[in-house]
Design a protein around this ligand. Structure first.
Ligand SMILES: O=C(O)C(=O)Cc1ccccc1
Length: 325
């Protein structure tokens, strides 16, 4: 990592000095991702460009066409957004700079005012469908699901003669934006669902530690290493580091080839995190650091006293003193 603490407002500067930073996000207008983007400080004066997929958004950051991407990564009901987890993990050329939480509630919009029981086909993002499937089974028993690139893309497709589905599941805001009739509201199976989004850039300096931070790493599962997961977890446990997410994903290289995507509490500038990362690197050199960034909920976590920075320093000084005796 290089550089200094990023300026206030934008988390890092644009590629072209003096130009407005360019943010790409999963669009079109009215997606939950756009709601996440609007929470990023300084975005009001930036250029914001909707794109059709998470893969395109991340590719544009990698290629330098965009400075930042906002993409969904995890949902409190449905779990990880695999397109994002896999694409971010594929290389070490992206860095997570911020997480953003958005509460999720869905409406059913129709091509025209109609009884939901008449609906034969309904479109939305796969994560949207996963969060309304019980409601749909009870209220749209005939309906077949038509996957769309995003919830808002599904809704906007209803304005278009080239699509033929009857209804779409999306954010309530899209009803106001499009004027399409609301056939049902608050149709989510689980009230209070939250989706977590991340702001991603090319690698640079990590945002400064706040005392309430998270770090994301990708750890390939080594072959022929009995207890590998236990050894990985041990590096965190012995340093008093709490994990907030761990998921295994196939690498795509063949059956049995996996990586772990891990979020944990702490910042790479903290001694216990540095020590854990160094130990993991010795254990599994293919580990990738994907960023340290402030927790969206700013929740404070307790760190055992023996793994706080002061304890590390005291331990290092004691050992250094042994050499000088
Ligand atoms: O399609 C959207 O609106 C998105 O932003 C992705 C998504 C879909 C469903 C729940 C949360 C985010």
């Amino acid at each position: 990592m290089s550089g200094t603490v990023p300026p206030a407002g934008h988390d890092a500067g644009p590629v072209t000095p003096g130009a407005r930073p360019r943010y790409v996000y999963l669009g079109p207008e009215g997606t939950f991702t756009e709601a996440a983007l609007r929470q990023v400080p300084g975005v009001e004066s930036a250029e914001c460009v909707p794109v059709g997929s998470v893969i395109t958004a991340l590719a544009q950051v990698r290629s330098g066409e965009a400075d930042f991407a906002v993409v969904p990564i995890e949902n409190s009901v449905e779990g990880g957004v695999t397109a994002t987890l896999d694409d971010i993990a594929a290389d070490d050329d992206l860095q997570i700079r911020r997480e953003i939480l958005v509460p999720i509630s869905f409406v059913l919009l129709g091509r025209r005012a109609m009884d939901p029981a008449e609906i034969r086909t309904v479109s939305t993002h796969t994560h949207g469908w996963a969060q309304v499937r019980h409601w749909a089974a009870a209220h749209l028993p005939q309906a077949e699901f038509v996957p769309a690139g995003s919830t808002a893309a599904a809704a906007r497709g209803l304005l278009d003669d080239t699509t033929s589905y009857d209804a779409a599941v999306c954010a309530p805001l899209v009803a106001e934006q499009t004027g399409l009739p609301v056939l049902a509201s608050a149709i989510e199976d689980t009230a209070g669902a939250v989706t977590r989004f991340v702001l991603v850039s090319r690698p640079g300096s990590a945002p400064a530690p706040t005392g309430s931070d998270k770090t994301t790493v990708v750890v390939p599962l080594p072959e022929d290493h009995p207890g590998a997961l236990m050894d990985i977890l041990d590096q965190f446990a012995t340093r008093g580091i709490n994990l907030s997410r761990i998921e295994s994903r196939p690498t795509g290289a063949g059956l049995g080839s996996y990586f772990f995507s891990i979020d944990f509490e702490g910042h790479v500038a903290e001694e216990r995190v540095k020590a854990a990362l160094a130990a993991l690197y010795r254990l599994i050199p293919g580990i990738r650091f994907l960023g340290s960034y402030p927790r969206a909920d700013q929740r404070r976590y307790s760190v055992p006293e023996y793994t706080q920075d002061a304890a590390y320093r005291a331990g290092q000084e004691w050992v250094a003193g042994l050499l000088g005796r």
